[in-house]
Write a protein that binds this ligand. Structure first.
Ligand SMILES: CC(C)(COP(=O)(O)OP(=O)(O)OC[C@H]1O[C@@H](n2cnc3c(N)ncnc32)[C@H](O)[C@@H]1OP(=O)(O)O)[C@@H](O)C(=O)NCCC(=O)NCCS
Length: 178
């Protein structure tokens, strides 16, 4: 996840938007909706973050707003169960790289395969824009997420020393070659 939102992460724009067709998926007899996020979802995205990050919101409202209205090619998806937001993911395309900017699933829904589905959607989107790679940053201590990314084909590229401001933790920069 980006340490914090940076609107100038890429200088080049692809000024077009792709529409995502809402999907319904079943996991363990439960039905979930995956749909494109909009500004009206931000309050719920902040709530998801608080529950995932022990009260913290690494991304604030303005960060989500800027991303949702970015002129960069991007896809922000939410996963809902009975209209309750239980997870989300964002990918932003820069040059030929699809970068996962943020991904989180509520603790009680983790381990069900929702993260994997969101990674698959991010990859389909990136491939549709002819990306050569996908990338992301993950905390060095976040072994669970790293295992998921490795299983999905990501490899470590480099260490970003003291990337996260609040505790100076290193990030691992990971890449997947498409
Ligand atoms: C990382 C995250 C998005 C994965 O979503 P998910 O829905 O739990 O992922 P899946 O169910 O598809 O995959 C589970 C795999 O992820 C890993 N995993 C990560 N967190 C897990 C958890 N709390 N419980 C179980 N598995 C977890 C495991 O390696 C598991 O692999 P396995 O099937 O080999 O055991 C989610 O766990 C999460 O929100 N974590 C907290 C926020 C975070 O770390 N975000 C990533 C920032 S880079």
């Amino acid at each position: 996840m980006w340490r914090r939102f940076n609107p100038f992460q890429s200088a080049l724009f692809r000024n077009f938007r792709k529409q995502y067709t809402t999907k319904r998926i079943r996991i363990n007899e439960r039905e979930f909706e995956i749909r494109q996020l909009n500004a009206g979802d931000i309050k719920n995205l902040l709530d998801v973050q608080r529950k995932v990050y022990e009260g913290e919101t690494p991304w604030v409202r303005s960060a989500f707003l800027s991303e949702l209205y970015s002129r960069h090619a991007h896809l922000y998806l939410g996963v809902l169960e009975e209209n309750q937001m239980i997870g989300f993911m964002g990918v932003r395309v820069s040059l030929s790289d699809g970068h996962i900017t943020n991904i989180a699933v509520l603790p009680q829904f983790q381990g069900l395969g929702i993260g994997t589905i969101l990674l698959e959607e991010s990859e389909k989107f990136s491939r549709s824009l002819d990306c050569a790679t996908m990338s992301l940053e993950v905390r060095r201590s976040n072994q669970d997420a790293q295992r998921l990314y490795r299983r999905f084909g990501y490899v470590s590229r480099k260490v970003l020393p003291q990337y996260y401001d609040e505790n100076q933790e290193d990030a691992i920069d990971m890449v997947k070659y498409l």
